[in-house]
Ligand binder design. Structure first.
Ligand SMILES: [Zn+2]
Length: 104
């Protein structure tokens, strides 16, 4: 039996959508599907690997990581690139159901 990692939607904020944090940091933010804690990891995938899907620039391969809070492995997929507050708001509207579904 293959081990299936739990999945959660990730957000990679850049440009105007990332004004509230260090512009040098390039992070994927997510909510742990195991414990519900917010986490982040350094973005590893090239921006060229992101493609427009459903109106957003997304990485449908995602990235694997481990929650720093509970230690469980998870997959952050898809990773959605957000460039400004407009996109951030649109993202929240479109993905709110999925985000709610991953809450504990
Ligand atoms: Zn966790």
């Amino acid at each position: 039996m293959t081990r299936q990692y739990k999945e959660t939607v990730g957000v990679r904020r850049t440009g105007w959508a990332a004004l509230d944090r260090d512009p040098q940091e390039d992070k994927v933010e997510f909510t742990c599907p195991h414990c519900g804690e917010r986490g982040s990891k350094t973005a590893r995938r090239e921006r060229a690997l992101y493609h427009f899907t459903d109106g957003f620039l997304q990485d449908l391969q995602g990235e694997a990581t481990q929650c720093r809070s509970c230690g469980h492995s998870l997959r952050v997929v898809p990773v959605v690139m957000l460039h400004d507050q407009d996109e951030a708001r649109r993202f929240e509207a479109v993905f709110s159901e999925e985000l709610a579904a991953t809450a504990p």
